[in-house]
Design a protein around this ligand. Structure first.
Ligand code: AMP
Length: 216
């Protein structure tokens, strides 16, 4: 099964995609993570994306489509994938349709994570991840069981995204509203759009996603 998790920054797409990947073996395709890996490696693409990501604006469609097209062609994606952070524009959505058609794949569902915009900045600004295994945490909502120690791998090294700050969030939200939100009617018209309550407690959001997936 191939799905998209759709929602603004801080909606919980990454958290839920990671959990689905662990439980059901679908592959999480996070374009944000891919870009961060490119930036860390200092590749030409990473260098091109750096300033744009830091500003909270969107990276050009052609770059993003190229990244996803290569990734979807990898053999592990045959198990099914969860798009997390892609598509973010109508041009990306159309390019995705074309690449799926070309490769004989199908988009089964688009799951909208419905959230209250007022809560998003606090969610985003408080989050951090284990630098070693990537497990996600939050200053207020999900602290490690032992302060300063990753629950999953025991590392004491954590990182925060430089773009997870209140100022950049304003630009990221504006980009979401102007460029990504129009994808909701696009997918509704295709009959693949489902909704879950992204404001519910994490386990409950996950339960709703599993229920929706079972209906596909
Ligand atoms: P994310 O981790 O999904 O919040 O993405 C972090 C940043 O990477 C975004 O604010 C954009 O600058 C960039 N980015 C990620 N995915 C895309 C995409 N599909 N299209 C354009 N820019 C993207």
């Amino acid at each position: 099964m191939n799905i998209i998790l759709l929602g603004p920054p801080g909606a919980g797409k990454g958290t839920q995609a990671q959990r689905l990947q662990n439980d059901v073996g679908m592959v999480q395709l996070s374009t944000g993570d891919m870009l961060r890996a490119e930036m860390k490696s200092g590749s030409a693409l990473g260098e091109q994306a750096k300033g744009i990501v830091a500003s909270g604006k969107l990276v050009p469609d052609a770059l993003m489509v190229g990244l996803i097209e290569n990734r979807i062609a990898q053999p592990d994606c045959a198990k099914g994938f969860i798009l997390d952070g892609f598509p973010r524009t109508e041009a990306q959505a159309k390019a995705l349709d074309t690449m799926l058609d070309k490769t004989g794949k199908k988009l089964d569902q688009v799951i909208e994570m419905v959230v209250d915009e007022a809560a998003l900045t606090e969610r985003v600004v408080g989050r951090f991840t284990c630098a070693k295994c990537g497990a996600g945490y939050h200053d207020r909502f999900k602290r490690p069981k032992v302060d300063g120690v990753c629950d999953v791998c025991g590392s004491t090294d954590f990182t925060r995204r430089p773009d997870d700050n209140a100022e950049t969030m304003k630009t990221r939200m504006a980009a979401y509203r102007a460029q990504t939100e129009p994808l909701l009617p696009y997918y509704r018209a295709k009959g693949v759009l489902k909704k879950v309550d992204g404001m519910a407690e994490m386990d409950e959001v996950y339960r709703q996603i599993r229920t929706v997936l079972a209906e596909a």
